[in-house]
Design a protein around this ligand. Structure first.
Ligand code: NAD
Length: 263
């Protein structure tokens, strides 16, 4: 298998896409540290996957928590080959006109704190071990990293910022460490929004009929589940499969292709 004995940290690993990444990476032979802020989700994950997975509860906005997650991988598995930044918040398409001015600054800080600062701090924490292993970074971006309408200005700007991080970090960390992104499209997960915008109590699927929208409105007419997006992560993390790949964002959303009217 492609990831035999790879040591991996996944952030936002408790549900949705992160959880699907953990499951698949374990199937591919990897040893995984699952890092999430939700202890309940991590307990459930450990119940299902057992000793193949180490769990770390913490906040990706914290330097100390990122350090703990990466240190755990090195302690438990002897090295770190791949850091996957994935924890994210959505803004539920809250537009600038519809955002009350008194929520805007705090909502921005909370969303960018997770979606952008969380990735910066995570890569910083992982870097010494990644240099030692000649490892790589994979960051979860989104259709919103390329196209408007997949969120409001806060989310879309945060995911565009992720493209900048991939390019700049690939440049700075070469030749030792490869840095790439994966941009999935919509899926029904537990994705939530900033408490500062009053968006922390509902999940994306409770508000938007996402499976129907994807099945009817996407070019390929499918409602992808989190596991359908995971192949790109396996490919990018597998050293032998991606030996030349850095600074690249794999757009697996299909959102660049409009649905055919008569398709
Ligand atoms: P999810 O909510 O199911 O998973 C995200 C996980 O991140 C949750 O388990 C949550 O507890 C954790 N998390 C949130 N804030 C955290 C913090 N501060 N510290 C640590 N953990 C934290 O949602 P998902 O849809 O699987 O999201 C994963 C990634 O996929 C995100 O980056 C998101 O932007 C991206 N994405 C999602 C969609 C979609 O439609 N669901 C589309 C494109 C991209």
């Amino acid at each position: 298998s492609w990831l035999e004995d790879n040591s991996v940290v996944v952030t936002g690993a408790g549900s949705g896409l992160g959880r699907a990444i953990v499951r698949r990476f374990v199937e591919e032979g990897a040893q995984v540290v699952a890092f999430d802020k939700s202890e309940d989700k991590l307990h459930d994950l450990k119940d299902k996957l057992g000793d193949t997975v180490e769990t770390v509860a913490g906040d990706v906005r914290s330097t100390a928590d990122n350090d703990r997650a990466c240190a755990r991988a090195v302690e438990a598995f002897g090295k770190l080959d791949t850091f996957i930044g994935n924890a994210g918040l959505w803004d539920f398409n809250r537009s600038l006109p519809d955002t009350p001015a008194e929520q805007l600054a705090s909502g921005f800080d909370e969303l960018f704190g997770v979606n952008v600062k969380g990735y910066v701090l995570g890569v910083k924490a992982a870097l010494p071990a990644l240099r030692a292993s000649r490892g790589s970074v994979v960051l979860t971006l989104s259709n919103a990293a390329f196209y408007p309408g997949g969120g409001g200005p806060l989310y879309v700007a945060s995911k565009h910022a992720g493209v900048g991080l991939v390019k700049q970090l690939a440049y700075e960390l070469a030749p030792e460490v490869r840095v790439n992104g994966v941009a999935p499209g919509g899926m029904d997960t537990d994705l939530r929004g900033p408490a500062a915008l009053g968006l922390s109590d509902t999940a994306i699927g409770e508000v938007i009929p996402i499976n129907d929208l994807m099945a009817q409105g996407s070019a390929l007419r499918i409602a992808p589940q989190p596991e359908d997006y995971v192949g790109a992560y396996v490919l990018l993390a597998a050293k032998a499969q991606s030996v030349t790949v850095t600074g690249s964002v794999f757009d697996v959303s299909s959102f660049g292709i409009l649905p055919r009217f008569n398709g």
